[in-house]
Design a protein around this ligand. Structure first.
Ligand code: SF4
Length: 311
């Protein structure tokens, strides 16, 4: 019988974690989350992953291991996406299978549900199915979903509001653009924000904007691009660039969608300096500090009128 549900502290927890946690807790379950990412979590995940796996997935495996013995089931949704042009990368479509297979000796109990665009489903239907799997009635589940959805929206609104206030302040502003689970992971993008702030820059995030308007805007950039999160990043960038002095485009090695989209982005953004960083399992953020320092210097020179001025 499931009483405690484990939520790995990687991948989409940084986007949908408030919804998940509130949903389960409203239904009477206890939730445990793995601790913040660090070198040790990455190393244990890397040991279990195949070489060509992307850095966030290696980190995710480390988080799954952290939950072993601490919960009755680990929540690992299968995320396909809801629309033809708003899909997740293939790794998400196979996530519960990949985890079950990698940890087949440990036989980790996995609680899963499918967000699958092929079924033309809705998010609410996904949660009704999840509640049913957990033995809850439709009425209880719907109530929990509505409550959790409100919490998630309030959480995002509060971040959006704080970011809007930051945008109106004086000083250098830099957009950190990337997948939420790279930007907000304590070991990956968290370090980048710290370095930028140490250099006196305010950090704006591509995931702290209204998701629906970001998605809509992304279609002005590309009508055919298939990935939901890359669409959200691009749409947010289109809005945030007006208030920013530079963009740090962050990717985790080897990300297929980013490899295509980020190259296109760099070629299309002509009015702002862009620093493109790819983080990998070997170096993490080591070595990027100097590159960020130079980037901030360039921004400051540009704001002062360019090279050759007395400032
Ligand atoms: S989108 Fe990229 S970083 Fe995210 S899981 Fe897929 S390959 Fe990894």
């Amino acid at each position: 019988m499931i009483q405690t549900i484990g939520i790995p502290g990687g991948l989409m927890i940084h986007r949908d974690g408030v919804l998940w946690k509130n949903f389960f807790e409203q239904l009477g379950f206890h939730c445990v989350t793995s601790r913040k990412s660090d070198r040790q979590i990455l190393e244990q995940g890397t040991e279990r992953a195949v070489d060509e796996t992307c850095l966030p997935f290696k980190m995710y495996l480390g988080h799954v291991m952290e939950l072993m013995g601490k919960c009755d089931a680990v929540f690992i949704p299968r995320m396909g996406g809801f629309k033809t042009r708003e899909k997740m990368c293939t790794r998400y479509e196979a996530l519960p299978d990949l985890v079950k297979n990698i940890f087949r000796d440990e036989q980790i109990p996995v609680l899963t549900v499918s967000y699958d665009w092929y079924d033309r489903t809705t998010e609410e239907k996904v949660y009704l199915e999840l509640g049913d799997k957990l033995g809850k009635t439709k009425k209880e589940t719907k109530k929990a979903y509505i409550f959790a959805k409100k919490q998630q929206e309030a959480w995002l609104k509060s971040r959006e509001k704080a970011q809007n206030q930051l945008m109106e302040k004086e000083g250098t502003k830099v957009v950190l653009a990337g997948h939420p689970y790279v930007l907000h992971d304590a070991y990956m993008g968290g370090e980048l924000a710290r370095i930028l702030e140490k250099m006196g820059a305010s950090v704006l995030y591509t995931d702290y904007v209204d998701r629906d308007s970001a998605l809509k805007k992304s279609y002005d950039f590309s009508r055919v691009m298939p990935w939901l999160i890359n669409r959200e990043i691009i749409g947010a960038l289109m809005a945030l660039r007006k208030k920013a002095d530079g963009i740090v485009l962050v990717s985790a090695y080897p990300c297929g969608p980013d490899a295509l989209v980020n190259d296109m982005l760099i070629r299309r953004i002509k009015d702002l300096p862009v620093l493109s960083l790819t983080l990998d399992a070997q170096s993490g953020t080591a070595g990027v500090e100097t590159r960020i320092e130079s980037f901030i210097d360039i921004i400051k020179y540009q704001k002062a009128g360019g090279y050759g001025t007395k400032n």
